[in-house]
Design a protein around this ligand. Structure first.
Ligand code: SF4
Ligand code: SF4
Length: 511
């Protein structure tokens, strides 16, 4: 017997202690045992309608569904034996009766639970000889989601997500028997700004993304576990890339940041990474030059200007990039250290009012947040300006206050020295997300072979200013330098931050 609100049970011959109230799927998960399930999701209400999570519990005459059975002290449960497998085989047979043989043309292939469970728990043959029931395919649920009724197994995950998490309650079950389908209640189009999460939730290919569908088979893609940079939340994501192009972004579980979700805006905001018109080599006075030449010219301009220069950083830069920029300011005697801080409406679920990933890091590293009027930049000789993302920029009138400009930008533009800007998926580094959480960006690819990250380019400028400076050899070493320079980073390591981030130390972070 267990006390302290815990219960101890035996699963497949092994004892496990779990908090009271834990269901049998989660109890088995503690032992690394996967109980198959379609309709169960830990963040949604339990409905117990798919019946594939059948398990045997001693003392109970019938097989039980693990999602809706609470672990009890002394319980003896089996997730695998002939009786359980027979039960699951029966469930699979019912699910497949009217399911179309669509796998070869279905976007879900390779990440489909119906495929996986048919393989592991199905009979391998069909006894069904009649014509399958046909239902609407390729049904538009708006500009982001496409519904295929034949593939739907009526698990209701999508219905519950929209009701319980997104709060829009837009989808319901319609009709009965083998004609049953789903409908979008209002005018047939979804409205939730979180609607694309139902595509990830759908265990089969019934809900597909209009943006991603038919672009690539899963097994031709590579994946990077990184974060979204469209607001300060820093939702954890997995980015799918192929041929040096981003094809999709999906949420990655992080209980301390985004749970299992992300907003549609962040999910779809990656066009810049695939832009073929982006700048790929540095320019001096409009001519393409090697990085070393551009770095030397930038250093010369900054040295000459001294405190009549200003630096306008970007809150899309990593801590490591901002740190090198700070060292450049120190070396060149630049006092005016600013950053553009885009803000806008947030919501109560995830979307944050800070529309960049690292305003906190910029503030910690001594840059002052300004709006687009940028009062701090008046009559100056040299402006060192790292542009933020598309659509956010200093007005030309502000830039024109500077006699000379050193600019990092995505596209060709006027500047004395112009460095190509990289996107969040082309670099390793860290940011300080909402809740003062340090999180890692992970490089998925490099769009142009010759492109250097802002950190590497800025390190070259710093080397040209300070002969003794050695660039960091690895992202981990660059992080160590930040951690050594900032008290709130004390005790954090690059490895320790890991794939799920870590909270900053005890010190207060400037607002
Ligand atoms: S569309 Fe997908 S998530 Fe929604 S009920 Fe059908 S199978 Fe489940
Ligand atoms: S809430 Fe913010 S971080 Fe999360 S997906 Fe949306 S824009 Fe990206």
């Amino acid at each position: 017997m267990s006390g302290n609100g815990n219960v101890t049970l035996t699963i497949d011959g092994t004892e496990v202690t779990v908090p009271k109230g834990t269901n049998l799927i989660e109890a088995a998960r503690r032992l690394g045992t996967h109980v198959p399930h379609y309709c169960y999701h830990p963040a949604l209400s339990v409905v117990g309608n798919c019946r594939i999570c059948l398990v045997e519990v001693e003392g109970m005459p019938k097989l039980q569904i693990a999602c809706n059975t609470e672990a009890r002290d002394g319980m003896v449960m089996r997730t695998r034996n002939e009786r359980v497998e027979k039960g699951r085989e029966g469930v699979m047979e019912f699910l497949l009766i009217n399911h179309p043989l669509d796998c070869t043309i279905c976007d879900q292939a390779g990440e489909c639970k119906l495929q996986d469970y048919a393989f592991h728990h199905g009979a391998g043959v069909s006894r069904f000889e009649d014509e399958k029931v046909h239902k609407p395919k390729n049904v538009s649920w708006g500009d982001r989601v496409v519904f295929d009724s034949e593939r739907c197994i009526l698990c209701t995950l999508c219905v519950r997500f929209l009701d319980e998490v997104a709060g829009t309650d837009e989808v319901s079950i319609d009709a009965r028997g083998d004609q049953v389908t789903l409908i979008v209640k209002a005018d047939g189009k979804l409205t939730s700004p979180y609607q694309m999460n139902i595509i990830d939730l759908c265990p089969v290919g019934a809900l597909t993304s209009r943006d991603f569908r038919f672009k690539s088979r899963l097994w031709f893609m590579q994946f990077a576990d990184t974060i979204c940079t469209s607001c300060a939340r820093g939702c954890n994501t997995t980015v799918g890339v192929r041929d040096e192009r981003v094809l999709r972004m999906v949420p990655r579980h992080n209980a301390d940041v985004n749970g299992d979700w992300m907003c549609d805006h962040g999910r779809l905001h990656f066009a810049i990474a695939n832009d073929d018109e982006r700048l790929s080599v540095p320019r001096v006075d409009g001519r393409g030059v090697p990085y070393a030449v551009a770095a030397q010219r930038a250093a010369d301009l900054l040295r000459e200007a001294g405190d009549s220069a200003a630096a306008v950083a970007s809150p899309f830069m990593t801590n490591e990039e901002l740190h090198v920029l700070k060292l450049i300011c120190d070396a060149a005697g630049i006092e005016k250290r600013l950053f553009l801080n885009p803000v806008g409406p947030g919501d109560e679920l995830l979307v944050h009012s800070e529309k960049s990933p690292n305003a906190r890091g910029a503030a910690l590293l001594g840059f002052e947040a300004v709006d687009q009027d940028c009062e701090g930049v008046q009559e100056i000789d040299v402006l060192l300006y790292v542009t933020p993302r598309e659509g956010i920029a200093l007005p030309e009138t502000v830039e024109a206050r500077a006699k000379r400009r050193i600019v990092f930008a995505f596209h060709e533009r006027e500047a004395d020295v112009l460095f190509p800007l990289t996107t969040w998926i082309e670099k390793d580094g860290t940011v300080v997300s909402a809740g003062d959480r340090v999180q890692r960006l992970v490089k998925g690819f490099s769009r142009f072979g010759s492109l250097l990250t802002e950190r590497a380019a800025l390190e070259m400028v710093l080397q040209a200013l300070e002969a003794g400076f050695e660039p960091a050899a690895t992202p981990a070493q660059a992080f160590e330098r930040v951690a050594a320079a900032l008290a709130p980073f004390e005790g954090l390591t690059f490895t320790g931050v890991g794939a799920h981030g870590a909270p900053l130390g005890r010190q207060e972070v400037p607002a």
